[in-house]
Write a protein that binds this ligand. Sequence first.
Ligand code: AP5
Ligand code: ZN
Length: 217
Amino acid sequence: MRIVLVGPPGAGKGTQAQYLAKNLSIPHVSTGDLFRANISQGTELGRQAQDYIDAGQLVPDSVTIGMATNRLQEADAADGFLLDGFPRNLAQAEALDAFLAEQGIALDGVLDLEVPEDEIVKRIAGRRVCRRDSSHVFHESYNQPAREGVCDVCGGELYQRPDDSEDTVRTRIEVYHRETEPIIDYYRAQNLVVTISALGPVDEVTARAMEALGVSE
Ligand code: AP5
Ligand code: ZN
């Protein structure tokens, strides 16, 4: 399956993507994780992205679209993928459609995760991610690691993302409403969108997502 995940910051896209990608045996492609890996490795791409991410703004399309489509090419897009954090504006959605059309493939669905703003703030304030791999995500009260401050998956150190400060989160939420929400209507016009509530325990949200996408475990 070829799926796009959308939802505001802290909706649980990364958390759900881990389980959905495993259940569906497809690669999880997160542009946020790709940027953070480039930043920690000190690459040129990471250098270009860092200031935008720290400010809660979108990294320019000229950097993002190439990075995302290269990763899809590497992942053999025809065999399926779960995109998390891309596309994030209309230009990116159009570029993704053009890329998929070139490959003779199309999306199967767009999963839209809905969460009220007060819950977003609680989820982000308590989030801790792994320094070695930011797709290893925990929460200080909702999703605790077995040992405080240590990643269950790889033993890496857990820390708070610099863009999770209150001010930056406010900017990220504004950017989401302004830039990203319009892609939901774009995909609605293609009859691709399924919207679910992302409230409740993680495994319940996963089950809801699988059902909405019409797949069973
Ligand atoms: P990105 O990393 O994509 O950030 P985001 O979209 O703001 O999403 P988050 O990672 O904050 O949240 P999430 O929905 O994955 O939630 P999570 O599962 O962690 O992007 C970061 C930045 O990179 C952007 O601001 C931008 O600058 C840049 N960027 C990325 N892509 C780009 C693009 N395409 N174009 C331009 N720029 C781009 O969950 C949050 C917390 O809640 C966790 O602690 C988790 O444990 C907890 N939680 C999850 N589910 C539940 C639940 N059901 N119940 C209780 N707690 C839960
Ligand atoms: Zn880890």
